[in-house]
Design a protein around this ligand. Structure first.
Ligand code: UD1
Length: 429
């Protein structure tokens, strides 16, 4: 199994190109199931999760094709992916494919909407809490599907097609909102979502569905209204930049010091993150082609942050912020309100010499002067990259094991970081 070796202590200087957002790409790819015409996605990141989903979509009968890269073409703009679901040949999403990535479960909504039936394995994915699927099932039931659980599979049937309804979410769920959008666009009549997720990736999916012919109002607000249509057509859509990758590299620069332009980054997607980093003593400037992150000399200042649904501070940057705060000049507090048990990085950060105590959903981080490199283990996707950030600043060598978690969500991480001066390499075992 591959490992990453980092020799810490190098400042980061130069340009890092931000990739298309993984969390937008996955639902956008799944949206291809809703139409018998081609959906073309630009700015698709090269990630293990994208490959896993492509395999599942092919299993359902979706033809997929990547535009070939030409000699001299840079890697900055991501791939172009054509998805054509002319005929759906199989409405079962098997355990072997769904268990590899939780977001695969989201095929449930569009399959039932278009084919009026689906059989989807209960998911696997990152080990960050129990992550139930009750809200997804509620969405389908509200839209008139009959559901059964058989041998670890959800079997959904709506022989006459789905019917619009009012769906009020008890709390915000990104995946359940994706599911509701993709199911309701082909349901008969009007659907109103209350307490819908406002995440930019949900808006990106909605905007693509509108290009395909869907009728959706209120995207980016908690109340979204969908008028069902008979069918959806062809569309072309460019995936929005990854705000989590942007925040991660901003925190890496904050940790090591230096001056890096995050090219392609969109500051408007990071409204809750930028003030936190500024409070920590990081200089962020919005430029024409991205965000410039600079830190010179002074120690990081401690912060107090709660994770929240968008537009609050994202849970997907909690581990990275914690890594940064391990070297702050004082005591920081981070409360995780979205996922229970999303603190697996704490024990690993302690191996670098970090001083963190946990009490329920709150972590208290006593900043230390310096971290020291250590062998550590990647646990889930975002936790893993917090170890990369810690390793970049730690004295000496860090070895990160089980890096397949990182490959799921961060495109060419060692290439991007070594281009700005980090000593980072992948070791094949
Ligand atoms: C998505 C993101 C993930 C991010 C998360 C929150 C993708 C591929 N993943 O995950 O990176 O961390 O949003 O921003 O886009 N819940 C239930 N029942 C359900 C569904 C969810 O109780 O049926 C709970 C979850 O356990 C969690 C909370 O709702 O406590 C929010 O999860 P949700 O927003 O659904 O996360 P995902 O869509 O899985």
């Amino acid at each position: 199994m591959d490992r990453i070796k980092i020799t810490g202590g190098e400042r980061l200087n130069g340009t890092i190109c931000v990739s298309g957002a993984k969390n937008a790409t996955l639902p956008l790819m799944i949206a291809s199931l809703l139409s018998d015409q081609t959906l073309t996605l630009d700015n698709v990141p090269q990630l293990a999760d994208v490959n896993i989903l492509e395999r599942l979509l092919r299993h359902h009968g979706v033809d997929t094709a990547h535009d070939g890269r030409r000699p001299g073409q840079d890697l900055e703009n991501g791939d172009t992916l054509h998805l054509s679901a002319k005929n759906i040949v199989d409405t079962t999403a098997p355990y072997e494919l769904v268990s590899k990535m939780r977001a695969s479960f989201w095929v449930l909504g569009p399959l039932v909407a278009r084919c009026h039936r689906a059989r989807v394995s209960l998911p696997g994915g990152c080990a960050i809490g129990t992550r139930p699927v009750d809200l997804y099932l509620m969405v389908l039931e509200k839209l008139g599907a009959k559901l059964d659980l058989e041998d670890g599979y959800v079997v959904a049937e709506a022989p006459g097609g789905l019917v619009g309804n009012r769906i009020s979410f008890p709390f915000v769920s990104v995946g359940a909102t994706h599911t509701a959008l993709m199911a309701a666009v082909l349901a008969r009549g009007e659907t109103v979502l209350e307490n819908a997720a406002c995440e930019p990736e949900v808006q990106d999916l909605g905007e693509c569905l509108i290009k395909m012919g869907a009728k959706i109002d209120g995207l980016g607000t908690p109340t979204v209204t969908i008028q069902g249509v008979e069918s959806l057509g062809r569309a072309r859509h460019s995936v929005l930049p990854d705000r989590i990758e942007t925040g991660t590299y901003a925190m890496a620069v904050a940790m090591t010091g230096g001056n890096v332009l995050l090219r392609g980054a969109r500051a408007d997607l990071l409204d809750a993150v930028i003030p936190v980093l500024k409070q920590a003593g990081v200089d962020l400037k919005i430029e024409n082609d991205g965000i410039r992150v600079t830190r010179n000399g002074a120690r990081i200042q401690p912060v107090k942050v709660d994770t929240q649904p968008y537009p609050g501070f994202p849970t997907d940057l909690q581990a990275q912020l914690m890594a940064l705060m391990t070297v702050a000049d004082g005591v920081s507090e981070i409360r995780e309100t979205i996922f229970e048990n999303r603190f697996m990085h704490v024990q690993e950060l302690a191996r670098f010499g970090a001083d963190i105590s946990l009490s329920g959903d709150q972590a208290t981080i006593n900043g230390v002067e310096e971290l020291t490199g250590a062998p550590v283990m990647a646990t889930d996707l975002r936790a893993s990259v917090s170890l990369v950030i810690a390793g970049l600043a730690a004295e000496g060598d860090t070895f990160i094991n089980r890096i397949y978690h990182i490959d799921r969500g961060f495109e060419r991480i060692e290439q991007k970081l070594s281009q700005v001066g980090a000593k980072i390499e992948r070791l094949a075992d």
